[in-house]
Design a protein around this ligand. Structure first.
Ligand code: GLN
Ligand code: ZN
Length: 763
């Protein structure tokens, strides 16, 4: 049995690629220097993989920004507006990734979307039908050349045509099938090109196969691959699938004569059953994804070995592999001196997962010393990793229906809140954070490094907060926020005040391009150690006569942006978080905070990819957890929630049933189309569809915002409309923030004048 994987983190142990990219973006590093740095990072990765005895190394998984964008670029799926302005290949690529504004061009970036159910983002390719597709090996060639200079066997790992076709945005009116057929000759050219280079293996990543597929989809899949496989020549072709099982195409896939297929045995709940039931082609290589590419826990060798042996006993040629690319976990535990050895031994980041692949190979192959390896692993699992808190379990067991129901009904609460708050029509507010300037970050850094005392820190943060409130008052906003200056990050900040979390110093995971996140680890049962936001909220409220929203991150978002445990269910963790935060919400109310916002920015993230799994495996506990938080509040206390991605699709009724009083969400980029769907389901929550895009420094005009508000007013009960930007303002500067908000408040006033009059006329 051999060991392999389909992708490895590319950012570097100290985020070298991030910093090099950012220099290149600022024109402080030429393209060639960036390319050399990237090659050095890959060389280091190859060294580690060889050291860990990996037999088939991934090549081609490296990306300067994103693999889906790479595949689009490689096949010539480049909208014509990016061509013809005299840009070089690298400039075109990065213009698609992040926009380009200079003497040569003024181009917006393509849109960015969530990669399946991960927190990684991909660039949505766009096909406008203008230029014929054509193979472009600009980025691939250096990867292959480098691999040729090394002594290892490898697989060229690239996004496959079926997935590329399922993710592309087509703007010339042609169908997805037509587009996919246009890709076939390009991938055929790629195969010929790789054959010429003497490559052994091409592995095509097709994660779209784990979603619900129609008959047309499976037909298209078969058509694409029967044609590609005809042209394979000496190249072996592997079908790489991950993030679930491929129940809808398994039988088609095994009858296609692939040289290899990678299957996900970790997240693919039916994978083993599919193999048992339908078998696996003899002679083909089954890469068994048994080491999770998503979590950071050590694998239980007894369980994995049992599975690998079963496959072998079935006469299948097996390679041991990871369930998906290791891109989704941090690189190495070597840079975590702060975590006790007792805990470290239970964790595995990418590098440690390579060692696990080596171990499993040794055990299954019966190599010398395999008994010790197995014994050491058994020892790790012999005792529970952490003790559970019986009191928390009791509290969860005691929850009844009433704990998940806020009374009275929302429409009644909304009436009471309107009376109490006395807000005008089109009330204005913001999402929570205000510019995190160098000054603000400096204050937090000095406190962290003990350069200033706790008292001094509090004084400085409170000055900044007072200034922020004053600016909001001057702008004329109706509902204020404290600005979140004390928070480094909306998850880490809460994790630090809850028991059960473990933090890494360098556990960075790529989110998109040069952006990385550092998710905390949920280590044990969660409870609240101390009040988290109460002091800050009370202080802010004491500084102004206007209402200040209390602000916290919701349980689902904290869960989804952390590495979860695997010894308890997602449901258990969400309920623990909800109970902990419920205490916080109730303390805020007691402290006199009349409006509380619970951010659920990442509510949709772990929504199962298959419809049939969505309710039972997710929505059924994710949504009630929100109601648990608010069920003890007085009817006059107004509960807001905020979500970043308005791609709610069919879960709109679920979002309404969270039973918040008000929801603010991102809508400015999706043309407010969502409003139609909201009115269709009779959405009961008051809504603040973001009226401008905070991801850009551009200042929206009063007319523009008024026009959006008119559209909103047309489709929504105007007494339920809120006016706000589409997300927090922490990444913006003060200048554009104040200018934008000034226009927003002005637009709200214009709307009031128009509608107050018409309301009065009706009365
Ligand atoms: N309250 C948070 C903020 O304004 C919400 C951030 C988010 O939605 N990602 O920063
Ligand atoms: Zn947001």
């Amino acid at each position: 049995m051999i060991a392999t994987l389909t992708g490895y983190p590319r950012i570097g142990a100290n985020r070298e690629l991030k910093f090099a990219l950012e220099k290149y973006f600022r024109n402080e590093m030429p393209w060639q220097e960036l390319a050399d740095k990237a090659a050095a990072l890959r060389a280091e990765n190859y060294r580690v993989m060889k050291e860990k005895d990996i037999d088939l190394l991934p090549v081609g998984d490296f990306s300067y920004y994103d693999n889906t964008l790479d595949a689009a670029f490689m096949t010539g799926v480049v909208p014509s507006r990016y061509l013809g302005s005299g840009l070089s290949d690298d400039e075109i690529y990065f213009a698609m990734a992040r926009g380009l504004q200079n003497q040569k061009a003024d181009l917006k970036a393509l849109s960015m979307k969530k990669w399946f159910n991960t927190n990684y983002h991909y660039i949505e390719p766009e096909y406008d039908g203008v230029n014929p597709l054509k193979l472009n090996t600009f980025f691939l060639e250096p990867l292959i050349s480098q691999a040729e200079g090394e002594d290892f066997d490898c697989r060229i790992c690239i996004t496959g045509p079926f997935t590329l076709a399922s993710l592309v945005r087509i703007t010339d009116g042609s169908s997805r099938e037509e587009f996919a057929r246009k890709l076939i000759p390009i991938y055929t050219d790629l195969i010929a090109w790789l054959n010429n280079r003497g490559c052994q293996w091409l592995s095509l990543a097709e994660p779209s196969l784990v979603k619900d597929l129609t008959k047309d989809d499976t037909r298209l899949f078969t058509e694409i691959y029967s044609r590609l496989l005809e042209h394979r020549g000496n190249l072996k072709i592997n079908l790489d699938t991950f993030f679930g099982d491929i129940r809808d195409v398994y039988q088609d896939a095994i009858s296609l004569n692939f040289d290899g297929i990678s299957l996900d045995f970790v997240e693919g709940s039916q994978t083993i059953e599919l193999v048992r039931k339908h078998g696996f082609p003899s002679g083909a290589l089954l890469t068994a994804g048994v080491i999770s590419g998503r979590n950071i826990w050590r694998a239980n060798y007894d369980e994995t070995v049992r599975l690998l042996l079963e496959l072998k006993d079935r006469g299948i040629r097996v390679a041991v592999g990871t369930s998906c690319s290791l891109l989704h976990v941090p690189l190495t535990l070597r840079n975590e001196p702060g975590i006790a050895a007792e805990k470290i031994r239970h964790l595995a980041f990418a590098e440690e997962k390579l060692a696990e692949l080596r171990d499993l190979k040794a055990i299954v192959n019966g190599q010398e010393g395999f008994e010790q390896i197995l014994a050491a692993n058994r020892d790790l699992f012999a005792r529970a990793r952490t003790e559970n808190d019986p009191q928390i379990a009791e509290r969860i067991a005691a929850l009844g229906d009433d704990d998940f129901r806020r009374l009275p009904a929302r429409s009644r609460r909304q009436e009471l809140q309107r009376k109490k708050l006395g807000l005008p029509l089109f009330p204005t507010t913001t999402i929570g954070s205000f510019p995190q300037t160098a000054e603000v970050r400096g204050v937090r850094r000095k406190f962290r490094n003990r350069e200033i005392s706790a008292e001094e820190y509090r004084r400085q943060i409170s000055d900044i907060t007072r200034d922020c409130l004053k600016r909001q008052e001057d702008l004329g906003l109706d509902i204020l926020v404290h600005g979140e200056f004390e928070r480094n990050d909306m998850v880490e900040y809460f994790g630090e005040h809850l028991s059960g979390f473990l933090f890494t110093a360098n556990g960075w995971v790529q989110s998109y391009g040069s952006r990385c996140v550092k998710p905390p680890v949920i280590w044990s049962d969660i409870s609240r150690k101390e009040p988290i936001t109460v002091e800050m909220s009370r202080l802010a409220q004491s500084m102004t006569g206007k209402p200040v929203k209390g602000m916290l991150t919701g349980p689902v978002t904290i869960l989804n942006w952390s590495f979860p445990r695997i010894d308890v269910s997602l449901r258990t963790m969400v309920l623990q978080l909800a109970l902990a935060l419920k205490e916080e919400v109730e303390d805020l109310e007691k402290a006199g905070i009349g409006i509380i916002q619970i951010d659920e920015a990442a509510l949709k993230e772990k929504l199962p990819l298959r419809k049939s799994d969505q309710v039972k495996e997710y929505l059924e506990f994710a949504v009630p957890s929100f109601r648990l938080l608010e069920s003890g509040l007085r009817p006059e206390t107004q509960v807001h929630t905020h979500m970043c991605y308005s791609e709610f699709g069919e879960i709109i009724p679920w979002i309404d049933s969270m039973d918040a009083d008000v929801i603010t969400f991102e809508a400015s980029r999706s043309d407010l189309r969502l409003l139609d769907s909201l009115s269709q389901v009779n959405f009961g929550t008051e809504v603040g569809p973001g009226v401008y895009d905070i991801h850009s420094p551009r200042i929206p005009s009063v007319e523009e915002i008024t026009a959006s508000l008119e559209k909103i007013a047309e489709k929504t009960d105007i007494r339920k409309v809120w006016v706000n930007p589409d997300c927090g303002l922490k990444t913006r500067g003060w200048k554009e923030t104040e200018a934008s908000l000034k226009n927003m408040v002005e637009a709200a006033k214009i709307m009031r004048a128009r509608y107050d009059r018409s309301e009065a006329a009706q009365a």
